[in-house]
Design a protein around this ligand. Structure first.
Ligand code: 8Y4
Length: 270
């Protein structure tokens, strides 16, 4: 069964300067509501990876995420994932109770690989071409599917050589990270090739620009598009879908699973 990862942004609202009680409470309430909606994993992020977002200091990033993670671990059964590329943040988050690292740089930043080995938690390795600041400027590939698969295999091999067991690794093609709409569509169509690899696959397309291009709708009106994409990713074998709209996604995945041929046959023969 595909697991659902709910997205929790802890970047402060426009009225606060970060790390304050109201930001903490707001983030925690949202996370608890996603768990009530059926999220298996909560992905806690303290720095935006969006193009043009301002960089955050290590201290500030830890300030934003650590307390929320502690409360979340105390109040729910969900696995907490830390969305960061910084080793110091990984360490503080795991100390606070996080049980997974989600790194859009696939442990390529200084010290990240060594820290992940030391922490011993599962790691999601994502593909990205370029840097968030300029990755959407002019992405170019000869064969996007081949290049993404080769990158993920290279990173997975590097992790295993460094001492992370294969069973702790998750791979992710990184939809929207240095990819045009055509690249994203080609990758989505080839998801079966990724899910046939030795590692579980995470798919994150929720509310992203590719769905805006397909529907003509702004980010807040992309629930239908996001849920549809999550169901299709699950049917292509995705192990985890990273989503904003948890309850809607969980409902759709339950129906899709119950009505799919394979599931029905397993039950009949089971
Ligand atoms: C609206 C809101 C529209 C957010 C777009 C977005 C992935 C990820 C992100 C992903 C993994 C995002 C941290 C981009 N995307 N981690 N992170 N995979 N593993 N944009 O696809 O959600 S942030």
């Amino acid at each position: 069964m595909t697991r659902v990862m709910g997205i929790l942004n802890t970047t402060p609202d426009s009225f606060s300067d970060g790390g304050c009680w109201s930001d903490h409470e707001r983030a925690l309430r949202h996370a608890v509501s996603m768990v009530a909606g059926g999220a298996d994993i909560i992905d806690v992020g303290g720095e935006s990876t969006r193009p043009g977002a301002t960089a955050v200091s290590v201290h500030e990033e830890i300030d934003r995420v650590a307390g929320v993670i502690e409360s979340l671990v105390a109040e729910t059964d969900a696995l907490v994932s830390i969305d960061t590329s910084k080793p110091e943040v990984m360490e503080a988050a795991v100390s606070a109770g996080a049980g997974m690292v989600n790194d859009v740089y696939a442990l390529r930043r200084d010290g990240a690989m060594e820290m992940a080995v030391k922490l011993g938690v599962p790691v999601c390795l994502m593909h990205m071409q370029g840097e968030p600041r300029d990755m959407q400027h002019h992405p170019v590939y000869t064969d996007v599917v081949r290049e993404v698969i080769d990158f993920l295999l290279e990173r997975a091999r590097a992790c295993e050589l460094a001492g992370i067991p294969a069973a702790q690794l998750v791979i992710d093609p990184g939809f929207g990270f240095g990819k045009t709409l055509e690249h994203n569509l080609e990758l989505f169509h080839a998801l079966g090739q990724l899910t046939d690899m030795a590692y579980p696959v995470l798919v994150g397309v929720s509310r992203k620009a590719m769905l805006g291009s397909l529907t003509g709708k702004p980010a807040g009106d992309r629930v239908m598009a996001s849920v549809t994409a999550a169901v299709l990713a699950a049917q292509s074998g995705a192990a985890i879908v990273r989503v904003h709209d948890v309850a809607e996604t969980v409902e759709a995945l339950a129906v899709a699973s119950a009505l799919s041929h394979l599931q029905a046959e397993c039950r009949h023969n089971g």
